[in-house]
Design a protein around this ligand. Structure first.
Ligand SMILES: [Zn+2]
Length: 83
């Protein structure tokens, strides 16, 4: 059995994971960690939502100033208020 990744490693590579920029082995290891780790999982949900909203808003709002305001509002609507 492979050793479990620690939370710090997972957190550091979370963006790369969401962008699918890691090796298959590393993607799998992070996926396994996130499936069982209560500490990392909310962070994953936040970053996933953040990326989704950012991608969507970028298409709708080319102006960066408008984009930021809309992004914060969109994340608040998803329940992410610590921002
Ligand atoms: Zn963790």
């Amino acid at each position: 059995m492979k050793p479990m990744l620690d939370c710090d490693t997972v957190m550091r590579q979370l963006w790369a994971y969401l962008d699918q920029e890691l090796t298959e082995d590393r993607m799998e290891a992070i996926r396994e960690h996130l499936a069982v780790c209560a500490r990392c999982f909310p962070q994953l949900e936040f970053e996933r939502t953040f990326l989704e909203q950012l991608g969507k808003l970028r298409r709708e709002h080319p102006n960066p100033q408008t984009l930021r305001t809309r992004l914060v509002a969109a994340l608040a609507a998803e329940g992410f208020t610590a921002f």
